[in-house]
Design a protein around this ligand. Structure first.
Ligand SMILES: *Cc1c(COP(=O)(O)O)cnc(C)c1O
Length: 445
């Protein structure tokens, strides 16, 4: 398993993260356990900020909090000077309760409810990324009624899909997100904003994919938005002040992954900006929205190996005390992860096993064919790069409790999300009175 950030093998042959022995962490906090390397999260934030500072353009780096939204994470991201993207009232509430400055919060989503928009307007958040014409009309009428100025970006569909190693120009724009560039909807939306005294259009947003290892898709997106912006400039005398090219920057899950540095992405994006906005005397600011690449590599999940099953000549399964409930990505989209035995970090791999979760689903497999040292029941299995889209996508399927999240740094470990209790599992259950009575009656008989 690739060792990210402060991860290393210590003198006892154990995996250590943030100066904490993970075998000790497993004992102290129980398993499954999400462990987050605070220093690495901060380094990733700083790497993007530094890259933009060197480029000389105005910028905002907005952490896409859907990757991992907790109040402590909001605090760290705030301390590092980043902005924050939210996609729901829950993520907005988390950020506000953590004291995140509202002015640096951006609200995304293709179906923001009237209640969510009201919450955003009440909090006076920095920007609403308007996705479609229904939302645009609703927001315009709300802003007008409240006589409140609202900064907005329009989400555009540039007709590009970026995948891990290539990008595709789809030409046609079949996506649930954003205003289409091809059919005039985007232009109409600009006009609607220009006519409103309360909607202040800052510029345009797009997001072309995730786990992208190539800069070309961002540059093509910038080109297309630049052409559109230039049309708006000619037609409506509209000067674009912000271009938001979204997130999607790739990380290393397994040995073969070769992510680019934040510098490489940022300098390509800034080059694209300069090439595409020559029609304006002043360049727009660039906003980006990394999620996975801020927290992904900083996360490690610890499990205890509970059972094994050897099918001679076919497969050797080991089963851990978590699975698709704490990491649904392998089951959802065949995502690949790598693992090691945290208590046998200095032993060489000598068998290939498949790591199963404990849910009642054959598809609940965390890793197929994982090379490990001799595995024994009770070993601590560490799965790397689980910081993004693991806790945030966790479920209570099979009524399995969500694990705790522990933040480690300089030998200190702090719980930032408590492990759910059995009472948490039934906390929202209600037994209607008639059912309670029925039971009482049947017992009496
Ligand atoms: C998901 C998402 C992001 C973050 O994507 P990552 O792959 O985690 O960097 C950024 N912006 C938007 C609009 C998104 O939907």
């Amino acid at each position: 398993m690739y060792l990210h950030g402060t991860s290393r093998i210590n003198e006892r042959g154990h995996l250590e993260i943030g100066g904490c022995d993970t075998v000790q962490l497993a004992k102290q906090f129980g398993t499954p356990l999400y462990v987050l390397d605070e220093q690495l999260i901060r380094e990733r934030c700083r790497a993007y900020v530094r890259a933009f500072q060197q480029s000389g353009v105005d910028f905002q780096v907005a952490y896409a909090s859907k990757a991992l939204s907790t109040m402590a994470i909001c605090r760290i991201v705030d301390e590092e000077g980043l902005s924050l993207d939210v996609v729901s009232d829950g993520e907005l509430y988390t950020a506000l309760k953590a004291g995140f400055p509202a002015g640096r919060i951006h609200f995304h989503g293709n179906n923001k409810t009237p209640e969510e928009l009201k919450m955003a307007l009440d909090a006076k958040i920095g920007c609403i990324v308007v996705d479609n014409s229904t939302e645009l009309k609703l927001l315009r009428s709300m802003a007008t009624k409240r006589s409140q100025q609202v900064d907005v970006l329009l989400r555009l569909t540039p007709g590009i899909e970026a995948h891990t190693h290539e990008y595709i120009q789809t030409g046609q724009e079949d996506s649930k997100f954003g205003f289409s560039l091809a059919n005039g909807h985007a232009l109409q939306a600009v006009e609607t904003c220009q006519r409103s005294s309360y909607l202040r259009l800052l510029g345009f947003h797009c997001h072309i994919g995730s786990q992208i290892f190539d800069v070309r898709g961002y540059q093509v997106a910038m080109e297309k938005i630049g052409q559109f912006a230039s049309k708006c400039y000619e037609r409506y005398d509209f000067t674009t002040r912000v271009i938001n090219v979204g997130g999607g920057f790739g990380i290393r899950y397994v040995e073969g992954d070769r992510p680019l540095s934040p510098d490489a992405y940022v300098s390509a994006i800034v080059d694209g900006l300069k090439a595409s906005f020559s029609h304006q005397s002043e360049l727009p600011a660039v906003w980006i929205e990394p999620g996975r690449s801020i927290v992904g590599e900083a996360g490690t999940t610890l499990y205890t190996v509970g059972t094994e099953k050897r099918i001679p000549g076919i497969r050797h399964y080991i089963a851990v005390d978590g699975g698709m409930t704490d990491n649904p990505r392998p089951a959802l989209y065949q995502a690949k992860y790598d693992a090691m035995l945290a208590n046998k970090g200095n032993q060489t791999n000598r068998q290939v096993v498949s790591v199963a979760g404990k849910c009642c689903e054959s598809g609940d497999m965390l890793i197929w064919d994982c090379a490990l040292p001799e595995v024994e029941i009770g070993d601590i299995l560490a799965v790397g790069a689980t910081g993004a889209y693991n806790y945030s996508m966790a479920s209570n399927y099979n009524r399995i409790r969500k694990p705790a999240v522990v933040l480690v740094r300089d030998g200190k470990a702090d719980v930032i999300v408590k492990r759910e209790t059995l009472d948490d599992i039934i906390a929202h259950d209600v037994i209607p009175e008639r059912l309670a009575n029925d039971i009482a009656l049947s017992r009496q008989e």
